[in-house]
Design a protein around this ligand. Sequence first.
Ligand code: 1PZ
Length: 210
Amino acid sequence: NKIPARVNTPLSIITEAFENLADQLKPDITTEEDGLKLDAFCNACTHVSVLFSCLGFAFKFAEMEYISKVNDLVEASKTLDTLQNILDLDVEKDTVKTPGSRSRNLRRVRLGLDLIRAIFEKFLMTDEYSLKDAATTAYTEVCAPFHTWAVRTAVYAGMYTLPTRDQLLLRLNETEQSVEKNMRRYMEASRPIIEYIDKLYIERNIKLDW
Ligand code: 1PZ
């Protein structure tokens, strides 16, 4: 009798969602005019929520922030077809950077996806890296430059409440081996998506310094 493969861990579900999304960016599937579909993007982003349940109460605020931004994009997906449509509408109204605008929320969600990628990257550098150190370094690199002093201070304080490496693996139902595979898959799948989102702003002459 064969031993069944380890399937459907929270991380493998997230990873798979982003791999499917990244497939949509392949030139033979998506035409240049079309770009990434908003509903498919939102669907993948929604899966990330599972991770928050592993982090503890201190990250409740981050979770609510992230989910409210994704939900705004879900709402937009009822009337808009692609990510490009979001940018084009805000460019027209001159509201790209306005708090609460969809282009701004998309930028925030993109930073969140990149933060997760960076955390995974640090986490896998050695198997002694604590989650707290991995998350702190990644946050400093990816998100801190764009957050207010008050938010940065709260996030750095919250880092001390993160689970240990072993607790995280347990909560994610992963081993050191399986977590490496799944994290690397997410890192690979998210990169083209993050680059694609950046390109949407740059093509419209919007600098990414906010
Ligand atoms: C396993 C992974 C452990 C990760 C722990 C790292 C958590 C970092 C927490 C970041 C908290 C950000 C809190 C609030 C930020 C707000 O200032 C901005 C406001 O945007 P505005 O309304 O001015 O346009 N909101 C955001 O940036 C959106 C939320 C981002 C949160 C991303 C978290 C990503 C995922 C973490 C892993 C589960």
